[in-house]
Every structure is written in C-alpha cells, then in structure tokens.
Design a protein around this ligand. Structure first.
Ligand code: MTE
Length: 329
C-alpha cells in the first residue's frame, strides 16, 4: 500500500501525531534501524514498488511457517481445477519475502523478518452481529469443519504489482451457513488482531489499528470469496496472514485482510482501514479497474513480482465472469 500523508487534512484529526508521540515513534524506528530518508519513507507508507525493493534476489528457503498446528495434516488440500491461471505461479520464496502487512512493517521486504514473535495459536475467531447463531471458534475447530480446497488465484495490489498464488481455504459462504445471518444483515465487517508486543509496526500510531475491512453480503457469498488458511500446499505463513485471512481476487489486495479475529454481520456499510486513512485514494469497493487510475499512478498495467514481466491489468483482475453481475446497475 502506498500512502503519502502529506497534508493535515488528508488524515482525520484523531490520527494527527502529537510531538511526544512522534518522538517516541522516532526512537522506535531508530531501534529498528530505520533512520533519515528511510524514516520519511516509513512514515509516508511503503516505498513505491520497484523503487528500492527488488524481489528478484536469490530466493532463501521458505520462511514464516508457524509451528505446525492440530490441522497441519489437512494440507495440501485437493485442488479445485475450475480456477486456472494465465501466468506462471509466483515462486514461493519470492511471495514469502514481498508482503504488505503494516502491523509488522511498511517495508515489504522487512515483514517476513519481523514475524517470528507472532503467535498464531491459540487463536479464536468471534462471529457476531446480525446472525441467529453467534459463536466463537477455535481456529483448528473451524478449519476441521470447513471444506478445504486449493485454488490458483491471481493477486493484484493497488500499487501495481501482482502475483499468482496457490491458496488453500474455504468459501466464505460455508462459514455464513454455519451462523445463519438474519435478513437484515447486509455487510460483513472483519477485524485483525491487535497486539503491538508481537507486531512491532502497531506501535506506529499514524495508523488506526487494528486493521479493519468489509464486504457486502453479495460479495461475501460470491463463489470466489475465500477465507484462506493455507498457501503453497501447507499452513498459511505468518507474513501472509496466518492463521486465517480473506482473499477476494477481483479486488485490490488491500481488501484481503490478514490474521482475522472478528467477523461481524451488520446492516451498515462498515468503514475500512485505507479509506479511513486516505479517503481520496482508497474506497470501499476496491474493485480492480485498469480504466480508473489511482490519483498518483496508472492502473493500466502491472508487474509480476520476481520477474520483469509487465502485463495489461484486466477489469476485475480477469474475474468478470464470476463477479460482473454484482455491479450491474
Ligand atoms: N491485512 C492486514 N491486517 N494488514 C495489512 O497491512 N495489507 C493488505 C492485505 N491485507 C494488509 C492486510 C495489502 S495492501 C495487500 S496487497 C495484501 O494484504 C498483501 O498480501 P500478501 O503479503 O500475502 O501478498
């Protein structure tokens, strides 16, 4: 995600940073070894892809895998062959070292180095709001009850980089069926964990932690919408959002909220993290659309990470056959 908090009016007043907090943050950033020009980069958000972060270095062994859990034996899950790609899969070590997860760092290449202390078990997910059967699931209990499958999906970040990944997960509608939403439920609101001791980036109070996102019920029940618990045939790694994240491949990646702890059914459109921070640059829908430029760059093409391949961006990231009907007026 690229943000540039240049002017006071671009962020809500409650997000403006008092001097003492700024000084504390500076100390904290210095402790991370982020100083001078790179401090400015960190405060403004991550660097523009391709500027100083290369994803093409020699790949190290896979990293970020949590201690195997009680459901580790469910991976790899059977692949659903219905979902095919128009491009090669991204190499796992490349995807594993190029992550947007601001709770750890605004620098994509730092995230995987900062996730070691992150504890993804025990982990509970609370489902509440306008449902007949609100309940709290232990993650392994939930995963065992869900129909896990592997899908090859394209992923398009709003910053114009892209990858192709084998996710393992289950359709959101399988979970929705368990809790039985009321007819008044129109939206899902999802929230990430909140633990600055384990996630060092959460000490940066420029951001309105914890991360929050939302979908309409029609989007959440679409065939493509997945809750993901695995990647590359094993459990989800920490930097990709263990133990459970959202994946909606027709939307820019910022929709795909990681490490979810709460799902709430509501009748009001929920606020979302980036649209709260920078409303003129990010919106609720987040649908991939090459014809609508980001205010600061074009969305017409995308760069496949780990390669020099640049491709034309497709409307709905190429998933129009599944989702275009959702947006017909
Ligand atoms: N979820 C949380 N909680 N925090 C984040 O910073 N970044 C989003 C999304 N989900 C983010 C998040 C963005 S901008 C992108 S592009 C994807 O995660 C990146 O997913 P990946 O690191 O698995 O490629």
């Amino acid at each position: 995600m690229l943000i540039r908090l240049r002017r006071g009016w671009e962020i809500p007043e409650r997000l403006a940073t008092p001097e003492d907090v700024y000084l504390n943050r500076r100390t904290f950033l210095q402790a991370l070894g982020v100083t001078g020009l790179s401090t400015i980069g960190a405060l403004m958000g991550c660097n523009r892809e391709g500027q100083s972060q290369s994803a093409t270095e020699a790949p190290p062994p896979p990293i970020g895998l949590p201690t195997p859990s009680a459901t580790a034996n469910l991976y790899p899950a059977k692949r659903n062959e219905h979902f095919t790609l128009d491009r090669p899969l991204t190499d796992e070590p490349i995807a594993a070292r190029y992550n947007n997860f601001y709770e750890f760092s605004p620098n994509k290449q730092q995230v995987s180095r900062l996730v070691n202390a992150f504890q993804t078990r025990p982990w509970q997910i609370e489902v509440r709001g306008l449902v007949k059967k609100p309940q709290t699931f232990a993650i392994d209990e939930l995963v065992r009850r869900m129909p896990l499958e592997e899908r090859l999906y394209r992923h398009r970040c709003v910053e114009a980089w892209a990858m192709a990944v084998p996710w393992t997960g289950f359709p959101i509608k399988a979970l929705i069926n368990l809790v039985e939403p009321l007819s008044s439920a129109k939206y899902l609101r999802m929230v990430t964990f909140n633990n600055p001791e384990q996630a060092v980036g959460m000490n940066d109070d420029t951001y309105p932690w914890p991360y929050f996102e939302g979908l309409t019920m029609a989007e959440a029940t679409n065939d493509l919408a997945l809750f993901v618990t695995g990647i590359y045939g094993h459990e989800l790694t920490k930097q990709h959002g263990a133990p459970m994240r959202l994946v909606t491949p027709w939307k820019y990646g910022y929709k795909s909220i990681k490490s979810i702890v709460r799902i709430e059914f509501t009748d009001q459109q929920p606020p979302t993290f980036w649209a709260t921070l920078v409303p003129r640059e990010y919106d609720f829908s987040a649908n991939v659309n090459p014809a609508v430029p980001h205010p600061r760059w074009s969305q017409e093409s995308e760069r496949l990470i780990g390669t020099s391949d640049r491709r034309q961006t497709l409307l709905y990231n190429g998933y129009g056959e599944f989702v275009a009907d959702l947006y017909k007026t």
